[in-house]
Design a protein around this ligand. Structure first.
Ligand code: DQA
Length: 147
């Protein structure tokens, strides 16, 4: 059971980005946390980050049927990308949208997410721990692994 975890633009620079919004945890730290949470639930993790919209679309397409679910922090593309939204609509399993910061309590332009209506759940404002909860929620949505 492979979970595709996608990270959008500028998330490669977590640790350097505004720590008040995003904390000091690096993306590599978050990857380790996610892998640690996924393993006992029987999930393999396909972990990706890109600064390019089309590359994210390509990965969603590639994994849309194989992945048991997708966890995605589309970063700034959350607020702009109909292409990522349309690709996510093709994903067979659950889609969980994650944001480190609470996008609803920031600038007005961050309040709207193009992805929200195709996601089963949005987690925002829980920092890196939100990614870990996304794995938990996915496990809950999917139920126990078939033996
Ligand atoms: C973000 C929130 C977005 O508004 C922003 O563009 C990001 C990160 C978050 O994780 O809080 O790059 O998705």
């Amino acid at each position: 059971r492979t979970v595709l975890v996608l990270n959008g633009p500028n998330l490669n620079l977590l640790g350097e980005r505004d720590p008040d919004q995003y904390g000091t945890t690096t993306l590599a730290d978050i990857e380790a946390m996610v892998r640690g949470a996924a393993e006992p639930r029987g999930f393999a993790v396909e972990w990706r980050q890109s600064n390019h919209e089309g590359e994210l679309v390509d990965w969603i397409q590639e994994w849309r049927l194989q992945a048991v679910g997708v966890v995605i922090n589309p970063a700034a593309y959350t607020h702009t990308s109909v292409a990522i939204r349309d690709a996510l609509e093709l994903v067979r399993g659950p889609v969980i949208e994650v944001h480190l910061s609470n996008i609803h309590e920031r600038e007005g332009f961050r309040r709207h997410s193009y992805v929200a209506d195709v996601a089963d759940l949005q987690i925002a404002g829980e920092g890196a721990q939100g990614y870990v909860r996304a794995i938990d929620e996915l496990a809950r949505l999917l139920g126990p692994a078939p033996s």
